[in-house]
Ligand binder design. Sequence first.
Ligand code: CTP
Ligand code: MG
Length: 228
Amino acid sequence: MVTAIFPAAGSSTRMGGGVNKNLRELMGEPILIRTLKAFSQIERVNFLIVAVAAHEVAQVEGLLRKTEELKPWRVTVGGSERQFSIANALKLLPSDAQIILVHDAARPLVSARTIEDVIDAAEKFGGAIAAVPSKDTIKVVDAAGFVKSTPPRRELVSVQTPQGFKRELLLRAYAQAEADNFLGTDDASLVERLGARIKVVRSGYDNIKITTPEDLAVAETFLRSGNK
Ligand code: CTP
Ligand code: MG
């Protein structure tokens, strides 16, 4: 069975407005609820864990309680970094969770196909991440602002979530990161440190992370264009 973890405990600095962006409405429904519904539609997903700031736990529990169509869930307290929010959520893993998905609450447009593909690849290879080919040329830059090198674009992907892992592998990766004081920018980077292989699963360019105010308009455009 699959447990999905949703970090939603950030400070929404780039979005601004002084509220948790995941609780903002996108076409009449909070972003967090849209995200949780997307995963609740997947048969193999049987448990959801949401990490939010301590002062939001009661509010979010109330919101989830009145939402039908959700798989069984728990709300927990997040940490000062995304990685710490997920580490906290991992403490609530049910014993039947063989595959763990981590998904940014702020990516409500994720497709069922992407979720299914990441689960399949995680079962097969141990670790899998959703990604799209990089549209931009990416350059490595030095501290003074000069270009050091240009990696070939065909080898580059922009990484999204969900990221999925076998239970034992992800728990070991988080324990090792904590022991080493390693802070990664995604979950796979913690697993990569163990030398494990991670399969890259092609996702869609519409699986955006709602980060700045313009992203709300972009997400609304995708929603209006159908199939979401
Ligand atoms: N997140 C979290 N705990 C943190 C930081 C981030 O659970 N300490 C969550 C966010 O709530 C979000 C996801 O991780 O759902 C991706 O992070 P990001 O888009 O960077 O959100 P924020 O950190 O809230 O935004 P910003 O960086 O602009 O402050
Ligand atoms: Mg952040």
